[in-house]
Design a protein around this ligand. Structure first.
Ligand SMILES: Cc1cc2nc3c(=O)[nH]c(=O)nc-3n(C[C@H](O)[C@H](O)[C@H](O)COP(=O)(O)O)c2cc1C
Length: 383
């Protein structure tokens, strides 16, 4: 069965399953998400290429992004999906999150914290009536050694077609100093592999790394990466930092100062939310039982429509702050969280956001429009 047929059939029953059988829904969609992505990757090779209208394109850091929207990190953790993104008409591609070591990710655990045999692997559940989802995957990926090779292969085929970025994180399996050292080591390998930009994931809620609890620690980590990577770059390679959508608006000036002073090239707001009480208010009443089940059992991060206003607010503040006193380097603000339609992108555009990334909204759009997700979004509209 084709990915679009599967997604559109599923969209008929999904809300019923999620609203009534939370446990079953987590079982089905944790498995189903991976099967669907395999199909997407596979079909991507055979699609007729759609090229977004020229007036949607933009130059950022000297790179040509074909449109203002691309996938968000975590969709293609091990370099899958490039052909699907390219042929569908995405603005760019991002792989990862990659970590230095291979990680198997989270599995269901019993009350004593022991893995449940045959239990859920990489917990995920969609909330279709709310345009949202929860995930507690725990950064599963094949490790940077394997993914650097795959990134290298993608960078050979991509030529000048569309930028390829990589999202990387300090592995939570090492003490912080060791983890930073290994992160920098990997970043050097991705640089050699030819990626066009790097995004540092400073915000994964599913590994015990969370928000910027201490600005001092944040600065220290970023300073280490500046000295050991940014200052030693052998070519123009923009590095931006992805933060949480739970970042408080009051923190924006100090965060931006750190990013400017340490020489970073951009920021992305952002990652999923763990503010469950706030998020719950944006979950459809019929899906609150599933939401409660998931957030109690697996915790995880909330994505999709409930993040829409916050991602826009944080990005607008970041753009305004940059415009008050731009750093020497070309600095861009990316928006991720609750992007679903061209109207959302226009709001980003009005706020001065350079680029949008989507995850949850992409899958909802795919269920309707299949591989024509971007074509349907852009044609015959103009920007
Ligand atoms: C299943 C799933 C896995 C994710 N994995 C990652 C990841 O590996 N790295 C990362 O930076 N963000 C990850 N995210 C967060 C997304 O990149 C994005 O920041 C978040 O979902 C908000 O965007 P959305 O509202 O368009 O979904 C993941 C999100 C989901 C739903």
């Amino acid at each position: 069965m084709k990915a679009h047929t599967l997604a559109s059939l599923d969209s008929i029953v999904r809300h019923f399953i999620v609203s009534n059988f939370p446990h079953k829904a987590v079982e089905i969609y944790s498995k189903g998400r991976k099967k669907f992505l395999e199909k997407l990757d596979h079909e991507g090779y055979e699609l007729n290429a759609y090229v977004p209208p020229k007036d949607f394109g933009r130059n950022l850091w000297g790179l040509y992004f074909r449109s203002p929207i691309m996938n968000a990190a975590g969709m293609f953790k091990n370099a899958e999906g490039y052909h699907a993104c390219f042929n569908q008409g995405a603005g760019a591609y991002i792989g990862g999150t990659g970590t230095f070591n291979q990680r198997s990710g989270n599995v269901e655990k019993d009350a004593e914290g022991k893995p449940v045999e045959g239990g859920v692997v990489h917990p995920f559940v969609p909330y279709p009536l709310s345009g949202a989802a929860s995930n507690a995957l725990g950064l599963p990926n094949d490790g940077d050694d394997s993914n650097v090779e795959r990134a290298f292969a993608l960078c050979i085929i991509k030529k000048k077609h569309m930028p390829v970025g990589w999202n990387v994180a300090r592995s939570p399996d090492y003490p912080e100093e060791e983890g930073l050292k290994l992160l920098v080591k990997s970043m050097k390998e991705y640089e050699k592999a030819g990626v066009d930009f790097i995004e540092i994931n400073e915000s994964c809620p599913n590994t015990g790394h969370d928000n910027i609890a201490s600005l001092q620690d944040f600065r220290r980590r970023l300073h280490y990466i500046k000295v050991n990577f940014l200052d030693q770059r052998r070519r123009k390679l923009p590095v931006k930092v992805k933060l949480s959508n739970d970042t408080s608006p009051e923190q924006i000036p100090s965060i931006m100062d750190v990013l400017f002073e340490e020489g970073y090239d951009g920021v992305n707001f952002g990652n999923t939310s763990i503010l469950y009480d706030k998020m719950r208010m944006r979950i459809h009443p019929q899906e609150q039982m599933a939401f409660d089940y998931f957030t109690k059992k697996f915790k995880g991060g909330v994505s999709g429509r409930p993040l829409k206003e916050k991602s826009l607010e944080l990005c607008s503040l970041a753009v305004d702050y940059r415009n008050l006193g731009a750093p020497n380097q070309e600095f861009h603000v990316f928006r991720t969280g609750g992007i679903e339609t061209l109207a959302d992108i226009k709001q980003s555009e009005n706020a001065g956001v350079s680029m949008n990334q989507w995850f949850t909204g992409y899958f909802e759009a795919f269920a309707k429009d299949g591989h024509d997700v971007y074509k349907t979004m852009f044609v015959p509209k103009t920007f």
